[in-house]
Design a binder for this molecule. Structure first.
Ligand SMILES: Cc1cc2nc3c(=O)[nH]c(=O)nc-3n(C[C@H](O)[C@H](O)[C@H](O)COP(=O)(O)OP(=O)(O)OC[C@H]3O[C@@H](n4cnc5c(N)ncnc54)[C@H](O)[C@@H]3O)c2cc1C
Length: 495
């Protein structure tokens, strides 16, 4: 007989642990008890600083006031990522959270844009994207859009340690029990293979019906205890290290993340309200740690506030994200480099997926399989999106970029590229976090120019087409003009 789930134990109190604790208790309030165990001695990884827009929904669901959130986590607005030197050194493009253009009938905007280019229009796709225009002018305002053409989707850059503190307070207020202690042993029931209890160094045992492994890269429950196994993806994504360092904040806070490619990796710059986050991601196969350290330290544009710290990781995913009575969420479930700032989002979607199929009466194979299938697909589509940035490059300055260009890629990604190249169409996978506009921007930005566009785009004659595109562009320019600078917005909104 399956055991009804009355008590959930969360192992680990990083971003994953506290996000899980706060949302699960909020949704299941009276139905389950939630206890979180964490060890201050171990600490958290604490480097997740850039997010994608759905975090707003997560915060709203927890009842977090946005102004309070921005102040408490020293957050800034993120409208896009600017990719510099990725296709070739000296060039850049943006992956914005917006959608270029507007709905123009049967086929997507890019088909009309390609048609217009063919008849001599000079504007880039991004000239029709409000997010891009705001990035370019360092402006932002919250827009309540009735019409999708007015949409300005945004996310945040924030201090994840401060976000953890905020969530801890919210979770505590709703009844989550926090236990400080070092997990020494994971006790497994010999008959079922289910986890029974976590034994702390103090001797205390914490038992539960369902365990959530949020112990980060250590993966104490899902890997160390249950030995589920790990699928490595370093043949596609060879980066296995990052050097990180905070620096003094800039005077003008940019509303986007910078991702700057170097001959053997890439560097991020993330503007927060009180400092900047910086890191260099690289593969030890192509550059040694000392040289990687120099790449980072020679490419900072403000003073370092601490000594740089190295973090090692294994790109891939745990073969089953849910096994027996353990669900792994956060870094324990896998690692994808932070190129598209997806880890915190994968935490959010892992928690929501669990809540949607929550096995109130007890765990069944059918539910576990469903959870695992969806998680696998989601991880793989993010992986493919990241590979796209590396693979479609035209850099010739290092073995790293040549190898990335010449490697075999997953079949589904190859198909997406081929379809786009031929027809400008983008095929969406169900569990893909990134929709058409994201794939479009990165494929074009990395240098794939479609050979053709949809015949339905010829519905407009040349004059109608140019007039329509001009109107779209003017509408977006008009929205931009009254906006505040990003810094003025933050100041006015949060004080
Ligand atoms: C270089 C780098 C850059 C990143 N940038 C981004 C980004 O920009 N955006 C993004 O979304 N994500 C990013 N991430 C990922 C992000 O940092 C993580 O997804 C996020 O912090 C969640 O981590 P976690 O909670 O799973 O693990 P952790 O923060 O490592 O937390 C693990 C928890 O487990 C506890 N624990 C471990 N062992 C024990 C034990 N024996 N006993 C008791 N407790 C224990 C620890 O105390 C801690 O509370 C980045 C990651 C790296 C490595």
């Amino acid at each position: 007989m399956p055991t009804p789930i009355k008590k959930i134990v969360i192992a680990g109190g990083g971003t994953a642990g506290w996000m899980a604790a706060a949302l699960i208790k909020k949704v299941l309030h009276q139905t389950v008890d939630v206890e979180l165990v964490e060890s201050e001695e171990v600490g958290i990884i604490g480097v997740g600083e850039a997010t994608i827009p759905p975090l707003q929904i997560f915060n709203q669901f927890l009842g977090i006031d946005e102004k309070e959130f921005l102040s408490a986590t020293k957050a800034t607005i993120k409208l896009a990522i600017k990719f510099e030197n990725w296709r070739v050194p000296g060039e850049s493009y943006y992956h914005t959270f917006g959608a270029p253009g507007a709905n123009m009938g049967f086929c997507d905007f890019q088909h009309h844009w390609l048609h217009a280019k063919q008849v001599g229009m000079q504007s880039s796709l991004w000239d029709f994207d409000l997010n891009y225009l705001c990035c370019n002018h360092n402006k932002f305002n919250k827009i309540k859009a009735q019409n999708p053409i007015h949409n300005l989707p945004y996310a945040y850059h924030f201090d994840s340690a401060l976000y953890g503190k905020l969530l801890r307070k919210i979770a505590g207020n709703s009844g989550v029990i926090r236990t400080e202690g070092f997990i020494d042993e994971v006790k497994i029931a010999p008959k079922t293979g289910f986890i029974q209890a976590l034994r702390l160094r103090s001797g205390e045992e914490i038992s539960g019906d369902l365990f959530i492994d949020c112990t980060g890269i250590k993966a104490l429950l899902i890997q160390k205890a249950l030995k589920v196994g790990y699928e490595h993806w370093d043949h596609w994504l060879p980066a296995n290290s990052a050097i990180v360092v905070p620096t003094e904040r800039f005077e003008n806070t940019l509303p986007y993340t910078r991702s700057i490619a170097h001959p053997a990796g890439w560097q991020w710059r993330i503007p927060l309200a009180h400092r900047n986050g910086n890191g260099f991601v690289y593969s030890s196969k192509y550059i040694n740690d000392d040289d990687a350290h120099d790449v980072l330290m020679n490419n900072l544009d403000s003073k370092a506030l601490e000594q740089p710290k190295k973090i090692s990781f294994n790109t891939g995913r745990t073969i089953k994200q849910w096994h027996k009575n353990v669900v792994s969420i956060g870094l324990s479930s896998g690692f994808l480099e932070p190129l598209e700032s997806t880890s915190i989002h994968l935490i959010q979607s892992g928690i929501i997926r669990l809540l949607k199929v929550f096995p109130n009466d007890g765990i069944s194979e059918a539910v576990v399989d469903l959870y695992n299938t969806e998680s696998k697909e989601e991880f793989e589509t993010v992986r493919d999106f990241i590979i796209l940035h590396y693979h479609v490059n035209q850099r010739n300055d290092s073995d790293f970029w040549r190898d990335m260009r010449n490697m075999d890629i997953p079949a589904r990604l190859q198909q997406k590229i081929d379809v786009f190249k031929q027809s400008a169409n983008i095929h969406n996978d169900n569990n893909d976090i990134f929709r058409d506009a994201s794939w479009l921007q990165v494929m074009l930005g990395q240098g794939i120019m479609p050979q053709d566009y949809h015949p339905a785009a010829k519905v407009f004659n040349n004059e109608e087409l140019i007039n329509t595109l001009n109107k779209i562009s003017q509408t977006k320019q008009q929205l931009l003009e009254p906006m505040l600078s990003h810094d003025d917005f933050l100041k006015r909104y949060t004080t």
